[in-house]
Design a protein around this ligand. Structure first.
Ligand SMILES: *Cc1c(COP(=O)(O)O)cnc(C)c1O
Length: 464
């Protein structure tokens, strides 16, 4: 063994202790860390030729890289849809790396068992039944990709062709219908060889991002042959929901696969007064739920649920002599694009075990209260206006007067040391959005965010 490796092995408990202290200091300092710090990358360092050990690496990381890291684990990082990591989730993630399992095969089964238990808990949390098999993947984009890959295989089944064996060319043109699909759906269609143009936008209800069921019915009638519907449970601009029950009935009537993108919106199931938004979720053929958003586990973690794990195994089957036959319940190696499978479920297991349904419901509730309060504050702020009612956890707002993308970028840049919001265009209007999904959010944070945005808006108006 290299002497430096041997030395680090020898001192492992002490080195882990130093690393733990370092992590604790990072988390304690979150409140004071600029939420996002712009600037240049550190000057490049050459490939280290000689071993100097973990202690030296930690020192250099702390000096060169850590100052540039954002406060994305903290409560005022409201860009995209970003969760933090609960204490238990963080511990679970540490232990995932500690045990370093490859949980993909029954030849070494404990990881698969733990994943199955966690999937069962998540299924209950979101009101799904045992009819939905679930698999951990790295994020909602991958979950949408896997869900749509299963849908592609289902289209083949309906048309009497074997896509997994003969390729997507055997299918002919495919129609994927959606009201306000997330950008990752188009990406998934590109990856899957169906093509971005397979996505047909169905008109939404007036002033909404929810699909118009009458328009969807029309589109389904017009399609000659089976198609795929992507329903949206929580849109990123305004947190809007399709009427899942109505969409599910249409899919059943018109021979369509129903994929629901509930990346963060599925968490509405936890909040009693919003749970009706996901009414009908259990009718879906495939469901995408992100966990590194509102479950507050570290990146990267999401789940793909489906009623057709048999089709999933047809797509992702990785036949090899040393991996054994597929069998009744295929190993995880046969169910997702990856072959090796991190024990990703452990962080979710820990946070669910530690805080349970009621702890996670409280996180969701507090985010909803925060989003509503910020929406009310911004609506009452001269110089700003809300672009949509706050339906869930997203506040979509813009500058009063003539909001241009440039002026909004200026507004976002002025506040980013204290609050991070990200740009969008909603209904043709350049806008900013603040999404609440971090477990650390407090009333004081919301007041601070509202104050900082109001001040920056006033400064910008003065400059005009
Ligand atoms: C975030 C999000 C995605 C993509 O999620 P990643 O985890 O970034 O891959 C897909 N759909 C919706 C609705 C989302 O909010």
């Amino acid at each position: 063994m290299h002497p430096q490796l041997a030395a680090d092995l020898d001192q492992l408990p002490a080195l882990l202790e130093i690393t733990r202290e370092h992590a604790a200091a990072f988390l304690t300092g979150l409140a004071d860390r600029p939420v996002v710090r712009p600037g240049e990358p550190p000057a490049p360092a050459p490939l280290p030729e000689r071993a100097t050990g973990l202690r030296a690496a930690l020192t250099e990381f702390a000096q060169r890289w850590e100052p540039a890291l954002s406060g994305s684990a903290g409560p005022r990082y409201l860009g995209f849809v970003t969760g933090g990591a609960t204490p238990a989730a963080l511990a679970g993630d540490w232990l995932t790396a500690t045990a370093d399992q490859n949980s993909n095969s029954a030849l070494d089964p404990a990881g698969q068992w733990l994943e199955a238990e966690t999937i069962g808990w998540l299924r209950e949390l979101f009101g799904l039944s045992a009819a939905h098999a679930g698999t951990f993947v790295s994020g909602a984009t991958m979950s949408n990709t896997v869900g749509l890959a299963i849908a592609r295989e289902w289209l083949g089944e309906r048309l009497g062709v074997d896509v997994a064996e003969d390729g997507v060319g055997a299918l002919g043109p495919v129609r994927v219908l959606s009201g306000a699909a997330h950008s990752s759906v188009a990406k998934a269609l590109s990856v899957l060889g169906l093509g971005r143009r397979a996505l047909h936008q169905v008109p939404t209800l007036p002033g909404r991002e929810a699909v118009d069921p009458a328009e969807l019915a029309r589109a389904l009638r017009a399609a000659d042959g089976p198609c795929v519907v992507v329903a949206n449970a929580g849109t990123v601009n305004t947190g809007d929901f399709d009427d899942l029950r109505a969409v599910a009935e249409l899919c059943a009537r018109h021979d369509a696969w129903l994929h629901v993108d509930g990346a963060f919106g599925a968490f509405a199931a936890l909040a009693p007064e919003r749970a009706q938004l996901v009414d009908g979720l259990e009718a879906a053929d495939s469901v995408c739920v992100d966990l590194h958003k509102w479950l507050n586990v570290p990146y990267d973690s999401a789940v793909q649920f489906t009623r057709r794990p048999d089709l999933q195994a047809r797509v992702f089957r990785n036949a090899a002599a040393y991996l054994g036959p597929l069998g009744e319940r295929p190993d995880l190696v046969h169910l997702t694009p990856e072959n090796s499978h991190r024990l990703r479920a452990l962080a979710a297991w820990f946070t669910l075990r530690a805080y349970g349904r009621d702890g996670h419901r409280e996180i969701v509730d507090r985010c909803l209260v925060g989003a509503r309060a910020l929406g009310e504050e911004l609506a009452a702020t001269a110089g700003l206006r809300l672009l949509a009612p706050v339906r869930l956890n997203v506040v979509c707002f813009t500058l009063a007067g003539d909001p241009t993308a440039e002026r909004l970028a200026e507004l976002a840049a002025r506040v980013r040391a204290e609050v991070f919001v990200t740009p969008t265009v909603y209904d043709g209007v350049p806008a900013l959005r603040a999404a609440f999904s971090n477990w650390r959010i407090t009333e004081a944070d919301v007041r601070r965010v509202a104050g900082v945005l109001a001040k920056a808006a006033a400064e910008l108006t003065e400059l005009d």
